[in-house]
Design a protein around this ligand. Sequence first.
Ligand SMILES: [Zn+2]
Length: 281
Amino acid sequence: MEIQIQELSPKKALLKFSDTTATEVNAIRRSLVSNIPKMAIDDVEFHLGTVHDDESGRDYDLSTSIFDEAIALRMGLLPVPTKPKSFRFKDKCTCKGEGCEHCQVIYTLDKKGPCTVYSRDLVPLGDPELAIADPDVPIVTLGARQAILTYATAVMGTGRQHAKWQVVHAVGFTAQPKVTINKAAGCSDACLKKAGSICPTKVFKAGDGPLEVVKEDACILCKDCEKACSHGSIKIDSDPTTYLFTFETDGSMTAREALRLAFENLVAEIDDLRDAVVSLG
Ligand SMILES: [Zn+2]
């Protein structure tokens, strides 16, 4: 298998895998989705009753317009910055599951209305670098005299346990498209240009000259162009040994780090499988 990086930004990757099969590429996809360790808020403690604000002299009701469960769910989906080498799973930590700086991060949230509460309002106790990776996620809107006071605890998990521990989103792959133009008898430049203009991803360029393929990788194999030319001049095929693979992360770690962890995990799982088979004798 060969891997070519076509696009790599902190939160997004586009890769080309060649000399491989769909099964192998799918194993990488599954490892990315299910097996990468990530921190996510798993426990939220809501304070109830009223709070007094000395500055304004007002009392605030510790309740909001949406259920606490819904707020906790929204917090669970926030991207908590994760350095897998610095964190451990709680049940495998040296603190024996009691909770320490290596296996949990605690955030405080203390806001008074009227305002919209954002992810940036969650303040990590300790390292400020653990502030939520995307600061602009709205959590709840507070009315006048409403307030929220919570402690939220993030722990390590994997996408296999719950989607809140899933690092990657929009992960998918497609076989490498092969687009060929071979002008058949009876076909004309006008017919080809009309067929090319149908393409939703602008694979073709139809200037003054004949129709050309300019962005073959962008083809989504919809075959609309192939159907549009009744002479059969355009052929869309795919290469079953080469795949274009794309994914995004939620910001809890970089796309490069997520891919590295996915490969590490896949190698470990294959080793486990081999050991299990060998142990059968
Ligand atoms: Zn611990």
